[in-house]
Design a protein around this ligand. Structure first.
Ligand SMILES: Cc1cc2nc3c(=O)[nH]c(=O)nc-3n(C[C@H](O)[C@H](O)[C@H](O)COP(=O)(O)OP(=O)(O)OC[C@H]3O[C@@H](n4cnc5c(N)ncnc54)[C@H](O)[C@@H]3O)c2cc1C
Length: 436
């Protein structure tokens, strides 16, 4: 069953005036997570129609549900970079998203038991903010509602892909609905974009290998309450147990960007060695106490914790991201360590570039699945992708190495980062995703 639609109309922008497709060429997207849905919306903005296939059944949602808020401490969140916010602004979605997003005005980086620390401040760096933290549930529902209401997006949920076949002028995909093999149907398009996550079926069907690295770490994700307001500060803390990020969140009733909110809710991503997660998941008191130890009084007192989720961490990189008329995107192309909050933001820059390249191709009256075009896309994204992948790994390995000499070196590096002119603006620009 498809999700319910209703009369509420989304204000997503369309470059084409009449909201009709500007080309007969179609894009097939497999995987309707945040990346697949965002890519479909980016294509729609350019007047390109797509059909999106999602394995799970989408929930029935309507905008009137917005009044029903979830439990105060029950939420997963994503830190959106300034560039990602700009992309959502460009396609007219940000106004809807920002009511559950919270500005990051400064970032503090430090290591437990060490002298090195650094701070980035929006006034010093002359930026409006370093990004926004948004509730995943809100991001997902708003992207889904916008996709449901776009005349250029066809959503098929509860559908699993069986085969992918490429022809000279197109790509054909077969899928089954409701898990019934006899319900097999076929779809054809000029190009197929796989956004079906870390264990991508399409990537396997295309016989594209991966390079995988198991960090042997698990991320514990949850929401906590502190007795001191967050004041829009994001804290990145490295402790012997693992890296830890505490991010500011909106109040349940409202917009984290207004000045009236009280702001005691914070999102926590705590990374621990795999095998140790159970005690942090099951025992609230132990979790809060460990946070307090790692943080001291930086965030005030940790007074309550919501239910936590656990995510085993690995780096999975597709050996290639283009095969004929097929593109591998999102976590299917590169699944990264969440330590620096870069994974989704990188995917959004990929999606934005590919949608723009396809739009330019349409305007020239040419094939959007052209192998040379897709290879050009793959090449164009290499520098940004490699830089982010290297950065995430350097942070994970650099800050967890127990060797005292390396510990001293990283503390000196933090101090240098804090004091030397010109370095902070450069790092801030990269972290905000404004340079790629
Ligand atoms: C703990 C944690 C914290 C994070 N925090 C941040 C952050 O703060 N900032 C940031 O930028 N990034 C962050 N990330 C990374 C971010 O979550 C991912 O980059 C992002 O979710 C990738 O989205 P995706 O749509 O590519 O993949 P997924 O979210 O995995 O979605 C894949 C979709 O494809 C569907 N699917 C799978 N197989 C099939 C199939 N065969 N047929 C059809 N559909 C299929 C799935 O049901 C799903 O809907 C974090 C990651 C973790 C683990």
């Amino acid at each position: 069953m498809m999700p319910e639609t209703d009369s509420h109309s989304f204000n997503t922008k369309h470059r084409s005036d009449n909201k009709k497709a500007i080309t007969d060429q179609q894009v097939l997207i497999v995987g309707g997570g945040h990346v697949g849905l965002s890519f479909a919306l980016l294509l729609a903005y350019h007047g390109i129609a797509s059909t999106l296939l999602e394995k799970n059944r989408y929930p029935t949602i309507s905008p009137s549900d917005d009044r029903t808020r979830r439990h105060y401490l029950d939420s997963r969140n994503t830190a959106l970079s300034r560039r990602t916010v700009q992309i959502y602004q460009e396609i007219g979605l940000w106004d809807e998203l920002q009511s559950h997003a919270c500005r990051i005005d400064s970032v503090q980086i430090s290591e437990q038991g060490s002298f090195g620390r650094a701070q980035l401040n929006k006034t010093e760096e002359k930026v409006e903010s370093f990004g926004q933290v948004i509730e995943n549930a809100w991001l997902g529902r708003k992207l889904l509602l916008a996709a449901q209401q776009s005349p250029l997006i066809t959503l098929i949920d509860n559908a699993s892909v069986n085969t992918v076949a490429q022809q000279v002028d197109g790509v054909t995909l077969s899928f089954s609905n409701d898990g019934e093999a006899e319900n097999e149907q076929q779809l054809q398009a000029s190009v197929l974009v796989a956004c079906d996550g870390r264990d991508s079926t399409v990537r396997q069907l295309l016989d594209i290998g991966t390079t995988t690295y198991d960090y042997q770490q698990t991320a514990i994700v949850g929401v906590v309450e502190t007795d001191r307001p967050h004041e829009h500060v994001a804290i990145e803390r490295f402790s012997p147990a693992g890296p830890l990020a505490v991010l500011p969140l909106t109040d349940p009733e409202g917009d984290g960007n207004d000045t009236y909110q009280q702001g005691y809710r914070r999102s926590v991503v705590w990374v621990c060695p795999t095998g140790e997660e159970t005690k942090y998941l099951e025992d609230d008191a132990h979790f809060l106490q460990t946070l307090q130890q790692a943080f001291g009084q930086r965030a005030g007192k940790f007074v309550a914790a919501g239910r936590r989720g656990a995510y085993p961490l690995s780096r999975v990189l597709a050996d290639k991201q283009v095969e004929g008329r097929c593109v591998i995107m999102g976590n299917a192309a590169h699944t990264l360590h969440p330590v620096a909050g870069q994974g989704f933001n990188l995917c959004m820059r990929d999606a934005h570039v590919l949608a723009q390249m396809m739009s330019a191709q349409v305007l020239k009256g040419e094939d959007i699945g052209n192998a040379q075009l897709l290879k050009r896309y793959e090449k164009a994204r290499q520098t940004d992708q490699k830089r982010v992948i290297r950065f995430c790994d350097a942070v994970v390995h650099g800050f967890t190495h127990p060797n005292p000499a390396i510990k001293l070196a990283r503390n000196m590096a933090l101090l240098a980062f804090d004091k030397l002119p010109n370095i902070k603006p450069l790092v801030a620009t990269y972290a905000m995703g404004l340079k790629s």
